[in-house]
Design a protein around this ligand. Structure first.
Ligand code: ADP
Ligand code: MG
Length: 548
């Protein structure tokens, strides 16, 4: 989660006022010389430090709840960069316009601030407590869900936290704190019955102290005379780092015995719009076999009478078609997609489908379509988890206007997580393309179609195809086409093409060029142009994927 200003050369991160003044002095103290630094008091805020008439001026920039940034009394802007851009043209109440950025010396990176790690801890704790994840699963969830979780945290996150005890009385709070060990800094937060305000109760030296939490007119929370925060959650995280007026800092959670019961699915946005569930809250985040009861029945071949096949076709290909269905497990029924092999097919195609099944059988990741099993009946069938949103390219091209580019970034990040998993397991996909990324919903993508995939032998770093087949040349790295060599590196190349498809909202790569023309285009060192409105960081990344 980089800072919104991290890319600005005149952003210094978390430096003090006097350090800022030192830098401005070193840079010559000309009128309109300016730099940007992180605000130490306000989460997500900045301070603009500048010079006029040999004097220093420091303007706090606040981040509002709706995500915009503004200097007190000034106009809101969508980011710190846009704000600086604006004040470089119009002083609008500042001492003068921003004229010359005081850039960081090239040897110095922005100073990471206490809030950076706090934000990360908040997301980490939230994901851990809400979905009870640990280890790799926790790390993956954090990476893929940080933007959504940050949004949730902004509003109702405290309700999910173990330290939140809803509306218990002062006496009950004391009873809970005195129960068991009583280390300094053991705390809980509760809602006060009187008027919907909150209080913090804290043990120090075997005594419980209670602090009222004030809320100002703008809705910000603070301990009387303390730092103000947009959310209770931020207040608690901050007080874990420094006492800020309390007798001691918050150290140990006094857990609410009924906190588990408060788990909710997606929370409501302020405008009452219900967002789609985030990946962890869907039924396909974990394998249906993650339930030990269901695992008992796990076999590669499924019983035909547990499978109900709908007439609805989800898609089709050379092999036959993909149908919708329901598979009956021990405790639950799950929606499935069934790849049905065309009847009386030659043997080769059947082998191919079995090879696809054997690959999928070994994979288990939230961002990869899972196989439930194979069923041999009226024809050979591959039974998979359902991803009802369909292929990414179609999804994006049909809903261009509704889907912001940040949503595309989010989905491509999930694809990256799935591909990293594949690489770690030593598999090459060989057919990564937007058509083979399926959506569970607008915010949840899974990699599918393992028809061309291969498991690499333990000591091999690539797979060598004996003969070329019906290959998706536009998605292939030069070494695939020239030497038939396939590796995780060539999957990275395909990932770049998939990114390009995604950021163009489902256009065809290399326009009308034919496969062989694409090869000479690449050999000449040329690459596709940036999709319109594609964030430059994303275009840079796809070009890196296309490193020869
Ligand atoms: P092919 O090897 O022919 O490309 P795919 O595995 O890509 O076959 O599947 C073809 C189509 O079937 C997909 O584009 C999609 O529309 C549909 N489909 C495949 N798997 C699923 C699934 N798990 N959930 C929903 N639809 C699916
Ligand atoms: Mg496909």
């Amino acid at each position: 989660m980089p800072d919104a200003a991290a890319h600005l050369p005149f952003f210094y991160g978390s430096i003090s006022r006097s350090e800022a003044e030192e830098y401005l002095k070193l840079a010559g103290m000309s009128d309109g010389l300016f730099l940007l630094r992180q605000c130490l008091r306000n989460l997500g805020g900045y301070v603009l430090s500048m010079v006029f008439n040999l004097q220093f001026y420091h303007y706090p920039i606040e981040r509002q709840m709706n995500g915009t940034y503004a200097i007190a009394g000034g106009k809101p802007h969508c980011g710190p960069e846009e704000l600086c851009e604006f004040y470089s043209k119009d002083a609008d109440g500042l001492c003068c316009t921003l004229r010359k950025p005081c850039n960081r010396p090239s040897s110095i990176d922005p100073q990471p601030g206490v809030f950076d790690s706090m934000r990360e801890n908040m997301v980490r704790e939230y994901v851990r407590q809400t979905w009870k994840l640990e280890g790799d699963a926790l790390e993956q969830a954090i990476i893929s869900q940080a933007p959504q979780v940050e949004k949730l945290i902004a509003t109702t996150a405290h309700e999910r936290m173990a330290w939140y005890h809803s509306n218990i009385s002062r006496d009950e709070a004391e009873r809970r704190l005195y129960a068991g060990a009583q280390p300094d800094g053991k705390f809980l937060l509760r809602e006060r019955k009187e008027n919907g305000t909150y209080a913090l109760s804290l043990i120090y030296g075997k005594t419980v102290y209670h602090y009222r939490i004030d809320q100002d007119k703008a809705g910000k929370y603070s301990i009387p005379e303390g730092t103000k925060f947009d959310t209770l959650w931020q207040l608690v995280e901050y007080l874990k780092l420094k006492p800020d007026g309390l007798i001691y800092y918050l150290k140990e959670t006094c857990p609410n015995p009924s906190a588990r019961a408060q788990r909710r699915l997606a929370s409501l946005n302020a405008d009452g719009y219900t967002p789609e569930p985030i990946p962890m809250d869907t039924s396909v985040y974990e394998s249906p076999y993650s339930d030990p009861e269901e695992l008992k029945d796990k076999k590669l071949f499924l019983k035909r009478d547990h499978l109900m096949i709908d007439e609805v076709e989800l898609g089709s290909g050379n092999f036959g078609c993909v149908k919708k269905g329901v598979y009956k497990m021990r405790k639950k029924q799950i929606d499935v997609a069934i790849k049905v092999l065309k009847s009386n097919n030659e043997k080769g195609v059947k082998d191919e489908m079995m090879s696809e099944a054997h690959i999928m059988h070994q994979l288990d990741n939230p961002y990869i379509v899972r196989m439930i099993g194979v069923c041999e009946a009226e024809s050979l069938m591959l039974v998979m988890e359902m991803a009802s949103g369909g292929p990414l390219n179609k999804f994006l091209s049909s809903r261009k206007d509704e889907i912001p580019v940040s949503n595309v970034v989010e989905l491509m990040q999930q694809v990256a997580i799935g591909m990293k998993y594949l690489e770690d397991k030593n598999f090459v996909h060989r057919d990564l393309a937007a058509r083979n990324v399926l959506l569970v919903n607008q915010h949840y993508a899974k990699i599918s179609d393992f028809g061309l995939s291969k498991a690499l032998a333990a000591d091999d770093s690539y797979y060598k195809a004996r003969t070329a087949g019906k290959w998706p040349l536009k998605w292939y790295a030069p070494e695939c086409i020239l030497f038939h060599k396939f590796s995780s590196k060539s999957d990275v190349w395909s990932y770049g093409i998939t990114m390009w498809e995604a950021f163009t909202y489902g256009q065809k790569p290399y326009k009308k060029m034919k496969g062989p023309e694409v090869i000479s285009f690449i050999e000449q060192g040329k690459r596709m142009d940036s999709p319109p409105d594609c964030p430059p960081e994303m275009y840079k990344l796809m070009n890196q994927c296309w490193t020869y």
